[in-house]
Design a protein around this ligand. Structure first.
Ligand SMILES: C[S@@+](CC[C@H](N)C(=O)[O-])C[C@H]1O[C@@H](n2cnc3c(N)ncnc32)[C@H](O)[C@@H]1O
Length: 263
């Protein structure tokens, strides 16, 4: 049986939630990322917090803002709920909340310290209260959110189920280390810990956008829909002229790969 999921109240910041102000405080392997802190979070000095791991995967603010705008353009307007499946320290979630496009934003993160940073950062941006935070594994949480039973909705503390036909997903998964930097074409079937097929199988009933390495194999992405099926969008996102990542926008499909029509 799927466990019931509760909205995560503000989790406490821990020793893992850092705000470094001097390079001497920063572990040597993170110093080059910390040097880019104002590109990542222009308001870093307001007290932005990150866990060590988050520095490797956080989305720079300009990119997060642009993705949030594009989601509003590319995903059909009848989608009113957005689920950020891998919230990290909140850069994308904050941009989605700032965009004002979504009636409901659910942000899921399985690491408690990282989620505490995201909640803290969203509060600094003044959007923390617009977001429903969930602490858990997003594959399990998504099953819960989209399961037909509505009985848990009677529990005021539980996260309310979503209407699948009005929900879009955003996924910025881990990429499995820095191998993508050297690969001329990144093999999405080998991406760790979740490969493209695993994610697509879990998300296919809903429009979903995946934030992937810039060199991701476009043929593997194209094969997600049958020929003549719905069109997939791919956008490269650059900072200072260099691509940081691509986002692939994949329309919802029925069981046979047909596009699910929006009303
Ligand atoms: C690349 S980071 C996301 C970065 C985020 N977009 C940001 O800008 O901060 C991936 C995050 O997914 C979390 N994660 C990994 N597997 C998860 C899962 N199954 N469910 C929820 N979170 C997960 C990791 O803890 C990590 O914080």
């Amino acid at each position: 049986m799927t466990p019931k999921y509760m909205r995560a109240k503000s989790l406490p910041l821990t020793d893992e939630c850092h705000h470094w102000t001097k390079i001497g405080e920063v572990p040597w392997d993170l110093q080059k990322y910390w040097q880019q802190r104002y590109t990542i979070f222009p308001y870093y000095d307001e007290g932005i917090r990150l866990t060590n791991d988050a520095w490797f995967g956080v989305t720079p603010e300009t990119v997060a803002t642009r993705i949030a705008q594009d989601m509003g353009q590319i995903i059909s307007p009848d989608k009113t709920t957005l689920v950020d499946l891998f919230a990290g320290v909140g850069a994308n979630t904050i941009a989605f909340a700032q965009s004002g496009i979504w009636g409901r934003i659910i942000a899921i993160e399985r690491d408690a310290a990282t989620l505490a940073c995201a909640q803290h950062n969203a509060d600094l941006y003044g959007v923390g209260d617009c977001i429903e935070w969930v602490h858990g594994d997003s594959f399990d949480v998504l099953k819960y959110l989209t399961s037909p039973s509505a009985e848990d909705d009677d529990d005021a503390a539980a996260v309310k189920k979503v209407d699948v036909s009005r929900t879009a997903l955003f996924g910025s998964p881990p990429w499995g280390g820095p191998g993508y930097v050297t690969d001329a074409i990144f093999d999405l079937s080998g991406m760790e810990p979740y490969n493209l097929a695993t994610m697509h199988a879990a998300y296919r009933r809903m429009d979903h956008a995946l934030f992937l390495p810039r060199t991701s194999d476009l043929r593997q992405i194209a094969r997600l829909v049958p020929s003549g099926g719905p069109k997939i969008g791919v956008v490269q996102y650059c900072v200072k002229g260099a691509s940081k990542a691509m986002v692939t926008y994949i329309p919802a499909q029925g069981e046979e790969g047909n596009a699910v029509k929006s009303n």
